[in-house]
Design a protein around this ligand. Structure first.
Ligand SMILES: *[C@@H]1O[C@H](CO)[C@@H](O)[C@H](O)[C@H]1NC(C)=O
Ligand SMILES: *[C@@H]1O[C@H](CO)[C@@H](O)[C@H](O)[C@H]1NC(C)=O
Length: 538
């Protein structure tokens, strides 16, 4: 007990020099990294010449700009027929899909038939009854290719599955259909959902509706894209490393990743639902925050919505303890851009004004380990990437696939090869270390947030990147993945567009089962700052 390091003895000259040197090296690395990011952007702007930028055309029918809950209400009140709504969105998909390439398979004929059946039901039932039993009656929706929908393509983006159709609905799709939703089709993803862009050898690349030279993010990228382009009012995503929030951020819409363990997983990326512990959650995606809670209720069931999440309880915003943080602390991620700091600080200042408790800035010290922790936990998932990539017929081997790719003969994208490399090359983390770090971070953050707190956190260091630029910025997704590691609920909130017309936004994070706080804060931010801004002038 006599030795308390460094408290009495002044540090030796050697120690002082070493510390100073490591600070200089660290700063040099940060500058070099920033310079590199800058050069990447200059290159992308030259390569993807501005004249090649396309945005989706304006909507012709104002119905396309309604929220899902408002469409449901109008259908119940017989102000509009479901058939008209469904046909309107189908026409919009046909209009925008050649530009964005988001929808990979459709079931339009069935959707129109279902809508006609709905209109017959509406004519004979009371509005109140319908609202209670089928809150989304007659409202069209979409989901990603990896979420099984009976009779619709379920390829996971790999060629060996190019004709595979699901033989039954995933649990979440079945629940939304039972609540009256009408499926229009499925949307593009990266292979087995494992990348932050939505591109595969089967369906090609999905383009951002705000700037087709940029990515839509991933893995629910086609989904966020078609919703932002007004081709669908409502979607179901799934999120194991940011797969709901990243594309919602990139395409400027709302998305919610629920507290882990609440949503059923049967039918998500070939899961049986019996796998046990997982970081994955299904969750709602929409342009309007008011759609999130009603769809969340449908996805998790009324019982969990009331008992576990108390979704009906009022959230007095003035009593919230709002905290914020502006960095992950991982120097391998890009430096935070001013156009991403700005929306975060706008939200901070807003809550500074409306809440009684001062908004505090916090620093969570182990966040810099996110990439390693996520890598540890993803290897514990039942989803085995190289096995799934072979369509469960063996394993796709990185050392065989790399030369094939170099000669343009591989059946997989560069993203899949990189992901295989990570599994083949990265060291496996020590379980005791990873679990201790994870648990201590969960403890730290839940203590800070308590019963009444939310964390405002950047979505990413930069808005939607150009296609392929993510390959030289592979660490940025950790801003999302940290909350999969920690199993916390998060709402992705769009906060308008930057000077180049690209969406920006923030994440609102809660303690476990405090989804309603995230959603209430998101609602307030939509009210204060306008939320979704369409890609086209209205
Ligand atoms: C982009 O392309 C247009 C037309 O092809 C050309 O006039 C312009 O100089 C190009 N811009 C850049 C930055 O290369
Ligand atoms: C690519 O896929 C096709 C069909 O699934 C298969 O016949 C072919 O052998 C594959 N190519 C390679 C290089 O594995």
């Amino acid at each position: 007990m006599a030795e308390t390091k460094g408290s009495k003895e002044p540090p030796s000259t050697k120690q002082v020099v070493c510390r100073a040197l490591s600070r200089v090296l660290l700063q040099a690395f940060i500058w070099i990294h920033q310079g590199f990011d800058y050069i990447v952007d200059i290159f992308c702007n030259w390569w993807y010449n501005e004249s090649k930028r396309q945005i989706v055309p304006p909507v012709k029918d104002p119905l396309l700009l309604e929220s899902a809950v408002s469409l449901a209400e109008k259908i119940r009140k017989k102000e509009v027929r479901s058939e008209e709504v469904v046909k309107c969105f189908i026409a919009r998909i046909r209009e925008v899909n050649p530009i964005i390439n988001a929808v990979t398979d459709e079931c339009f004929d069935e959707a129109i038939e279902e809508a006609q059946a709905v209109d017959a039901i509406v004519a004979s039932r009371s509005e109140e009854e319908l609202k209670r039993e089928k809150p989304f009656l007659g409202v069209p929706f979409t989901t990603k290719d990896s979420t099984a929908c009976k009779g619709v393509l379920h390829t996971l983006g790999i060629q060996a599955r190019k004709d595979v159709r699901a033989d039954e609905d995933s649990e979440v799709v079945a629940r939304l259909k039972a609540a009256g939703g009408i499926l229009l089709g499925v949307t593009n993803i990266p292979e087995i959902n494992m990348w932050c862009e939505s591109r595969n050898m089967l369906h090609g690349q999905t383009n951002n509706p705000y700037d087709t030279r940029r990515t839509v993010g991933g893995s629910s990228g086609g989904e966020a894209c078609v919703i932002a382009a007004c081709g669908s009012p409502l979607g179901i995503g799934s999120d194991i490393g940011g797969s709901i929030r990243l594309p919602c951020f990139t395409c400027g819409i709302f998305g919610h990743k629920p507290t882990t363990g609440l949503t059923p997983t049967r039918g998500l990326t070939l899961r049986t639902g019996e796998e046990g512990r997982t970081m994955v959650s299904a969750g709602p995606m929409s342009r309007y925050v008011q759609d999130l809670a009603p769809l969340l209720r449908v996805l998790i069931g009324e019982d969990k919505a009331v008992k576990e999440l108390q979704l009906d309880d009022e959230v007095p915003l003035a009593n919230l303890q709002v905290v914020y943080s502006d960095a992950l602390g991982d120097i391998r991620a890009s430096a935070m851009r001013p156009d991403m700091m700005e929306p975060l600080m706008r939200a901070v200042n807003h809550f500074q004004e409306i809440s009684k408790l001062p908004v505090r800035k916090i620093h969570i010290k182990n966040m810099k380990y996110t990439f390693r922790l996520w890598h540890y936990w993803i290897l514990k998932e039942p989803c085995d990437f190289s096995y799934e990539l072979s369509n469960r017929k063996g394993r796709v081997d990185f050392w065989r696939e790399l030369p094939l790719k170099l000669f343009g003969m591989s059946n997989f994208t560069l993203a899949a090869i990189v992901r295989l490399a990570m599994e083949a090359i990265l060291p496996v983390e020590v379980p005791a270390w990873a679990e201790e770090k994870t648990n201590s971070m969960v403890k730290e953050i839940t203590e800070i947030l308590g019963e009444n707190g939310v964390l405002l956190f950047p979505s990413s260091p930069m808005p939607a990147m150009h296609h392929y630029a993510s390959f030289v910025r592979p660490y940025n997704f950790a801003y999302f993945a940290i909350f999969n590691v920690l199993n916390l609920p998060v709402t992705q909130v769009p906060m308008g567009l930057n000077a180049e017309g690209i969406p920006v936004g923030i994440q609102v994070v809660g303690a476990p089962n405090k989804d309603r706080l995230c959603l209430a804060v998101a609602k307030e931010l939509q009210k204060a700052f306008g939320g979704y801004v369409p890609p086209f002038p209205v």
